[in-house]
Design a protein around this ligand. Structure first.
Ligand SMILES: Cc1cc2nc3c(=O)[nH]c(=O)nc-3n(C[C@H](O)[C@H](O)[C@H](O)COP(=O)(O)OP(=O)(O)OC[C@H]3O[C@@H](n4cnc5c(N)ncnc54)[C@H](O)[C@@H]3O)c2cc1C
Length: 365
């Protein structure tokens, strides 16, 4: 199956998360017909809060559009799910973009004339360019950088406390004095970014969440198989956290965090509404090979302390759009991806390296 052959050319993007959706919008702005494949279902997903940069003076129309969709027009921390919802809505209404969920890509390849994708269900696609937006364990990265394929464990975990409604905390204490925004707190075995999110319900209640950076769990992460050697295999979903660890986390939280973040943390531990993300890092040496390129966390995995992963993914999407603007038919596709790599490689390398110096001092392997 050829993916919409047109004069403007076609792209397949693997991954319909934030980077994949932003790249789809950016490429469609340049007239490219885009198919986005994701292994997950189309059900709305949840995630952490992200600080979206205001971006200063955006030069291009695409950068302004993506920044507006990501930030919702506000300069505060945004819920991952709110950003995803706005980007998905924009992609769905664009006739040049097809979003296909429940479609796991098993292998990729290329020849002189096209790149190709094979899905688990046996569907074969051919396309002018293939973009891996498939996250930190990217299949596409394995193809592009077989000698440097894996992000490595940085020695700590971040517990993402799902934001709770302010009204739950207001039952215990007055929350009206709490300022919207993020504050950093230090405690036992780490520190916390507590967020009061300006994401109101119908009654005007905000949401309160937190990200707890914890460098004391490497042993248990290895024991439950989340980390093997220096590779992160998976995150810890709240429901999969062993009972004993929940107990320890409650004890540690009670000794470390002030209100309202303590109540939010204990509530998340009681209801298992949290995710533990073992932190990993990846410094790229390459971003493309022929007609195939990587963007977002597939291309670079910085420590979250840099608060740059998402913002640089947005810059990748804008740069890729600019690089394809002269066309991607025939050999022009290869040239366009080289332009993208030349624009982005050194910038994203520096971004990941800036976080590595923090990880070396905080992480415990
Ligand atoms: C704790 C934490 C806090 C963060 N805070 C910030 C912040 O404040 N500011 C900031 O800028 N960034 C932050 N980031 C980084 C940011 O979340 C990511 O960089 C950004 O969301 C880009 O992710 P992505 O779309 O590239 O990858 P992902 O979100 O990982 O998406 C990859 C997608 O690919 C799909 N996929 C994978 N393999 C296949 C396959 N074989 N076939 C089909 N589909 C596949 C997956 O299902 C998934 O949907 C943070 C990250 C973490 C972990």
């Amino acid at each position: 199956m050829m993916n919409h052959p047109t004069e403007e050319g076609s792209a397949i993007i693997i991954g319909a998360s934030l980077s994949g959706l932003m790249t789809a919008i950016s490429l469609a702005q340049e007239g490219v017909n885009v198919t986005v494949l994701d292994k997950v279902s189309d059900k709305q997903r949840t995630g952490a809060g992200l600080k979206v940069d205001s971006g200063g003076l955006e030069l291009s129309k695409t950068a302004r559009l993506l920044r507006k969709l990501a930030s919702g027009g506000k300069s505060s921390v945004q819920l991952w799910s709110s950003i995803e919802k706005r980007l998905r809505k924009e992609a769905e209404k664009n006739s040049k973009i097809s979003l296909i969920y429940h479609s796991r890509v098993e292998s990729i390849d290329q020849n002189e004339n096209y790149a190709s994708v094979m899905t688990e269900a046996g569907t074969h696609y051919k396309t002018d360019i293939l973009i891996g937006a498939d996250g930190h364990r990217s299949l596409v990265r394995q193809y592009i950088a077989p000698n440097n394929p894996d992000a490595t464990y940085a020695g700590y975990i971040v517990w993402i406390i799902d934001p709770i409604n302010e009204s739950i905390i207001a039952k215990k204490q007055d929350t009206s004095h709490l300022q919207t925004g993020v504050q950093m707190l230090s405690g036992l075995n780490g520190f916390m970014f507590g967020s009061v999110l300006d994401d109101k319900d119908e009654e005007g209640n905000r949401r309160i969440g937190a990200a707890w950076y914890d460098n004391s769990r490497t042993e248990v992460l290895r024991k439950v198989g989340a980390v093997t050697n220096n590779i992160v295999n998976h995150s810890l979903d709240g429901l999969d956290i062993p009972e004993g660890l929940i107990y320890e986390l409650k004890q540690d939280a009670s000794n470390a965090w002030p209100e309202p973040f303590l109540t939010a943390t204990l509530h998340a531990l009681d209801t298992r509404q949290l995710t533990g993300i073992p932190i990993k890092e990846y410094v790229p040496q390459k971003l493309c090979d022929g007609r195939i390129a990587i963007i977002g966390d597939a291309a670079h995995v910085p420590a979250p302390i840099t608060a740059s992963g998402f913002n640089e993914s947005l810059n990748d999407a804008v740069a890729l759009g600019k690089a394809v603007s002269k066309g991607i038919k025939g050999d022009m596709a290869i040239n366009a991806l080289k332009i993208y790599e030349a624009d982005r490689l050194n910038k994203v390398k520096r971004m990941v390296q800036s976080g590595q110096s923090f990880s070396r001092s905080f992480g415990r392997l």
